[in-house]
Write a protein that binds this ligand. Structure first.
Ligand code: S3P
Length: 414
């Protein structure tokens, strides 16, 4: 069923986490407009409050007063949020005393060694379940700079190291195999930090103080990707997505959809709070298959589930490769997608690092197990709208992790 009109999606999740964290670290009062108010962001807000930051909400704006964070009295629960757990590990590594952190049944299965290793190299100590999972205890303080090469491009790990680097003696440098989202670097610059970037390396000289700023959070491109794929795949659709973050480390799904034949135009592009922002106009037409892999993966990692749905309706073969990181997200997203498609009567090929989809596939109504993963739930809802079938999702609440109001917004735009 086609989609037309104008739509605003909630604030960007990655930027929202970071603005609360930097606001908590900065001297002075940070004013935030347009932040996402979702379950993941609530996990970050609760955690920072227990570290001593003041966070007040007035209508839709937030005022954060930070500065001296201190050892929390209670266990921090990061809920479902990998970004909370990993970035906060970097912050807690710089706070003298003990922090104990846990998460929900999904988060306690996700790898934490990727942050433990570099932060231990900087002088923090960790005691983690099986050495690599939550719950874990962090003893922070007295950090020194490190030069660290990431094996896999990860904005969460890079950010954890940089946030610890802010409090460490000397130079902290991180190099990635390819560039992941760079909101932490941009926002540190916006908050007055001296930070240097060369290609896929970034360095910061610590210790440094940062100063409070005003920040407007743009719409989340990862949320916009769901209605964008619906519009792209259904001829006759015309959808204008307003005020979306167009940071190139986040918009890899746009050139992929264009390669598949989608008609997408970017309009009204401007800079705000250190980020590029604009509108995305999507006009529906037929799609064809493509290959998605290599360096573009970090720029669209969270959009792969919905791009896989687009591939199901495209003519020809789509290959998604080099994306084994998808197996350690909120759930194993490669497995969840292929099982979901199978449960609706369509077969795709699962590979260790992706999927091979021979489109167009035909689907019948049926149940889909979401594994309580927000992006799996929303992807199959969009599939149901494109295919015009009933899909019975076992969990719809989980959409509130990143996109509160998703289902009602999609109903409004019928
Ligand atoms: C995020 C980084 C990515 C992404 C996640 C949000 C961030 O994770 O998948 O949804 O805000 O830094 P990785 O750093 O594990 O790639």
């Amino acid at each position: 069923m086609k989609i037309t009109g104008e739509m605003r999606v909630p604030g960007d999740k990655s930027i929202s986490h970071r603005v609360f964290m930097l606001g908590a670290l900065a001297q002075g009062a940070t004013l935030v407009r347009g932040a996402l108010d979702s379950l993941d962001i609530q996990s970050t807000v609760h955690a920072l409050r227990s570290l001593g930051a003041s966070m007040e909400k007035k209508d839709r704006d937030w005022c954060i007063t930070g500065g001296g964070l201190r050892e929390p009295e209670a266990v921090i629960d990061a809920g479902n949020s990998g970004t909370t757990a990993r970035l906060l590990s970097g912050i807690c590594a710089g706070v003298a005393g003990l922090t104990v952190m846990t998460g929900d049944s999904s988060l306690i299965k996700r790898p934490m060694a990727r942050v433990i290793r570099p932060l231990e190299g900087m002088g923090a100590s960790f005691l983690a379940r099986q050495g690599r999972f939550l719950p874990m205890a962090i003893r922070g303080g007295d950090l020194r700079g490190i030069s660290f090469d990431l094996e896999v491009a990860s904005a969460q790990v890079k950010s954890a190291i940089l946030l610890a680097g802010l409090k460490a003696e000397g130079i902290t440098a991180v190099t990635e195999p390819s560039l992941s989202r760079d909101h932490t670097e941009r926002m540190l610059g916006h908050f007055g930090a001296r930070i240097e970037r060369h290609g896929t390396s970034v360095s910061i000289h610590g210790p440094q103080e940062i100063s409070a700023r005003e920040v407007s959070v743009p719409g989340d491109p990862s949320s916009a990707a769901f209605p964008a794929v619906l519009a792209a795949a259904v001829p006759g659709s015309e959808l204008l997505l307003k005020d979306i973050c167009l940071n190139p480390t986040r918009t890899g799904f746009i050139p992929v959809l264009q390669r598949m034949g989608a008609r997408i135009a970017l309009q009204n592009i401007r800079e705000d709070s250190g980020e590029s922002v604009g509108d995305i106009l999507v006009t529906g037409c037929g799609l064809t298959g493509t290959t998605i892999g290599g360096d573009e993966i970090p720029r669209l990692i969270d959009e792969l589930p919905i791009l896989a749905v687009a591939a199901c309706f495209a003519n020809g073969t789509t290959v998604i490769r080099d994306a084994s990181e998808l197996r350690v997200k909120e759930t194993d997203r490669i497995g969840a997608l292929s099982r979901g498609f199978a449960s609706l009567g369509a077969q795709v090929e699962e590979t260790p690092g992706g999927l091979v989809i021979d489109g167009p596939l035909s689907f019948r109504a049926g149940p889909v197990q979401t594994f309580s993963d927000h992006r799996i739930a929303m992807s199959f809802f969009i599939l149901s709208r494109i295919a015009g079938i009933e899909v019975d999702l076992d969990d719809t609440q989980c959409a509130g992790i990143s996109f509160p109001g998703f289902f009602s917004l999609m109903e409004e735009c019928r």
